[in-house]
Ligand binder design. Structure first.
Ligand SMILES: [Zn+2]
Length: 233
């Protein structure tokens, strides 16, 4: 009898939840999101704590100017310059670079963690050159860059072909990353045709670590982070 009751309960739960159901906490913007995936599986994802690997940072969700991750390290993979990343992404990053290399894909990181003040200098320089409106399409204002989290990487090929250019998507490295990065916890953060939602132009080189579980779900959904977590309501 008990078995039937549990089965019925699972059926009811499955019937009234979908993958996109998001239950926000009672407080203001989602401190936690409880997602009912696959009927009864419940994932709790922290979108707001500064050190959470799932923190949302964009044009409406700023980081404090004094935020700096405490676990910054020099990565043990190819980079184009001295740069730092969060240690929490390191194992998956090394696995991705190793597997890519075995497939003949030679990757390099060209940008990792950026401090608030460095982002401020960058944005101001771009704005002086191209105007604020144009600069805002491709560069984040200080406090609004995912690079300040230490979880975002600009990736390139070791050959340097199409580095930080749209044509990176057509390189072997760009194609490999587009097809495989999610398996290692990294998602393409600013996909083509999603500028209205993400606020940024297509960047085939910018990948954001969210952990393997969430990366797979976001990839399967075909949605951006803003859409998947419904953060802009
Ligand atoms: Zn970037």
């Amino acid at each position: 009898m008990k078995k039937y009751f549990i089965f019925a309960l699972i059926l009811i739960l499955s019937a009234c939840s979908t993958k996109q159901d998001v239950v926000k906490s009672a407080s203001v913007y989602p401190v936690e999101v409880n997602k009912m995936a696959e009927g009864i599986e419940i994932d709790i994802v922290d979108l707001e704590s500064l050190d959470s690997i799932n923190i949302v940072v964009n044009k409406t969700h700023d980081l404090p100017s004094d935020y700096e991750p405490e676990d910054l390290i020099l990565p043990e993979v190819s980079t184009t310059k001295k740069l730092y990343i969060r240690e929490v992404i390191h194992e998956d990053l090394k696995e991705m670079f190793n597997d890519a290399e075995e497939a003949g894909i030679l990757l390099s990181i060209t940008s990792g963690y950026r401090s608030y003040s460095y982002q401020k200098t960058l944005f101001n320089n771009y704005a002086a050159r191209d105007g604020i409106e144009a600069a805002s399409r491709y560069s984040a204002r200080p406090g609004q860059s995912e690079h300040q989290t230490g979880l975002a990487l600009d990736l390139a090929s070791q050959s340097g072909k199409c580095t930080l250019s749209t044509c990176f998507k057509d390189t072997d490295e760009g194609k490999w990353l587009n097809a495989n990065a999610w398996k290692y916890g990294f998602i393409l953060r600013y996909p083509e045709g999603k500028e209205e939602i993400t606020g940024y132009m297509f960047e085939p080189w910018h990948f954001r670590y969210v952990g393997k579980n969430e990366a797979q779900k976001i990839q399967d959904s075909g949605l951006t982070i803003e859409e998947y977590y419904d953060t802009e309501k």
